[in-house]
Design a protein around this ligand. Sequence first.
Ligand code: SF4
Length: 307
Amino acid sequence: MTDDAVELPADLDLEAVREALLEWYEADHRPFPWRETDDPYAILVCEVMSQQTQLDRVVDAWEAFLERWPTTADLAAADRADVVGFWSGHRLGYNNRAKYLHEAASQVEAEYDGAFPREPDELQELMGVGPYTANAVASFAFNEGDAVVDTNVKRVCYRAFDVPDDDAAFERAATALMPDGRSRAWNNAIMELGGVACTQTPRCDEAGCPWREWCGAYASGDFTAPDVPTQPSFDGSRRQFRGRIVRTLREYDELELDVLGPRIRVDYNPQGEHGRAWLLELLADLETDGLVTLETRDGEPVARLRR
Ligand code: SF4
């Protein structure tokens, strides 16, 4: 283990965790148009717009902006008042951001001969480009970024791997999770996880979260997070029991139904309300979600975690 990995559980199978997330992202994700480009200018415009505007609303503005000023040369040559007018017309937040964008385009033209710098440090030299935006452009345009650490990523790391609520710890954990040389795919994937699955009210099962098997919050049923100080209001009990099943099966290779039951509920009673039928229903759900396999051996149901 490297020093960077100290924030993650010592026995975490990093390769499996990475593969699971990348596969989940590649199988299905929100088709934002900026995910289809590696043009640093287009990505910068998107990043600046999304600082104050919901992503769904950014789509139209972003497309219109690029249609009007398709390159840094076009934007640099534009009248600043027109750029600011566009910005306020599309309700994109502080007009200063439009001015900075215009200035940044002029810098790229004048200082970099129209070719964007590639490294986060250099990108930060551009007007209005802070560390987060610089890293996003380096990742999504050049695949040369560091791990993104935003609110969504912090929430995911806190819940899944019990990373303490501390910026340096989040940074180390996010860095350790990211596979080398994969910043474009990885940062998109982990941000998508925080954006559609590990939301403030989490959608672990509905979104098919690929980290349920390892997730501390899923196992314990405690879904608080740095930006979610009290338990989110959803019917967590079923999810909590599913989490307990996953955690228990992770400890034991496999368990017969009536051996598993008492480990999930102290009041487990095979023929009672919370007995075999109740447990089999939860296990069937987990099997449908691809987390558990259930087989019958000598007439007895036996559950194990799918590997
Ligand atoms: S299992 Fe739920 S809480 Fe855990 S990382 Fe996935 S969505 Fe977040």
